[in-house]
Design a protein around this ligand. Structure first.
Ligand code: PLP
Length: 341
């Protein structure tokens, strides 16, 4: 039995999802003639209470399109130091949008208004123009920490309004956050200028993300998606997987969170683990006593056909997902118990 917790992108479509894909009605989406893509986009727009949605190949592309659409070259973006848009998108902020960034160092990745205020540049020609604040919910490198809309995000929205800044959400794992907080997607739609959500992570789709926002944003976004090579054709096969996942894979996310909590608790008991980050959703990040033990653990687990991620010299990551069952959890707990560094 292979257990792969390196990422929640590693899931395979279920037989039911494959059937839904196979039965999809499709057309050419560059001509805007794919009925299943159109249906998905309408459904997402309605769900988030926004004017329009754009189905895209990846979360990276969706973030990059949103950020490019909302900024001018020479502007500056505020985000956290380990944000996906900054750290894991190949320098796209510079390459695609010619932006500079102001980074905020937060262990859990959850920004507060006071963190952001001090990053806003004065209107002075020496400085780039602060244009955009980008939040990540849940925060990947923050161990899956989540924002609460009323307490955490609304004050940031007010701050952005005061300073005429746009607010973007990298919601690659927004589904996980919503599963915990029970907040409504439409409240998110009202709050952000642009939202990116992924379907290829916790919802278990093979491919796909979406950009959500105003008609003007989506119109510009479609042009940007094209120039990035993301104008796709019979994408309805992929949209069908997303429609299936929205109906069938959202309610089960709580299971992933419970399994992650059990793993985090088990790791906290191990003498070789120095620190386990709080794991409120589906990501468990933990630091080992030293780099040697970290590598030993990864190798040991691999020898038992268990795969986890190493995110720094001494830290590892496990991400729970649709293809990680209770049986696998039990087996992994036994294997971890037998590790002797
Ligand atoms: C995975 C991820 C993305 C996008 O990833 P793609 O692989 O490009 O779909 C964006 N933001 C965060 C926080 C992510 O974890």
């Amino acid at each position: 039995m292979r257990i792969d917790l390196r990422s929640d992108t590693l899931t395979r479509p279920t037989p039911e999802m494959l059937l839904a894909m196979q039965e999809a009605k499709v057309g050419d989406d560059v001509y805007e003639e794919d009925p299943t893509v159109n249906l998905l986009q309408e459904r997402l727009a309605q769900m988030f209470g926004v004017e329009a949605a754009l189905f895209c190949p990846s979360g990276t592309m969706t973030n990059q399109i949103a950020i490019k659409a909302l900024t001018q070259p020479q502007d500056e973006v505020i985000c956290y130091k380990q944000a996906h848009i900054y750290k894991y998108e190949g320098g796209g902020l510079a390459f695609n949008a010619q932006l500079s960034v102001k980074l905020i160092d937060k262990q859990d990745g959850i920004l507060k208004p006071q963190d952001i205020i001090s990053c806003i540049n004065p209107d002075d020609i020496h400085y780039p123009t602060t244009r955009l604040v980008a939040l990540e919910n849940t925060a990947n490198r923050g161990g899956g920490a989540y924002y609460r809309l009323q307490e955490d995000i609304i004050p940031i929205r007010h701050l952005c309004n005061e300073h005429q800044l746009f607010l973007h959400l990298d919601g690659a794992r927004l589904w996980n956050a919503l599963a915990v907080t029970n907040e409504k997607p439409e409240d998110y739609g009202k709050t952000f200028d642009s939202i990116s959500v992924c379907f290829s992570k916790s919802l278990g789709c093979p491919v796909g993300s979406a950009l959500l926002g105003s008609k003007a944003l989506i119109k510009r976004g479609k042009r940007l998606r094209k120039v990035l090579g993301g104008g796709w054709r019979q994408a309805g096969f992929l949209a069908a997987a997303v429609l299936y996942a929205l109906d069938n894979h959202r309610e089960r996310l709580e299971e992933d969170h419970q399994r992650a909590a059990i793993l985090a608790e088990a790791l906290r008991q191990k003498s070789y683990v120095k620190y386990v980050m709080p794991a409120p959703t589906n990501i468990v990040i933990f630091q080992m006593e030293n780099t040697e033990i970290a590598q030993k653990l990864v190798n040991y687990l691999q020898s038992h056909n268990c795969w986890i991620g190493k995110i720094s010299e001494d830290s590892c990551r496990m991400v729970t997902h649709l293809d990680f069952t209770d049986l696998m959890l039990e087996s992994l707990l036994v294997i971890l118990h037998q590790f002797n560094p």
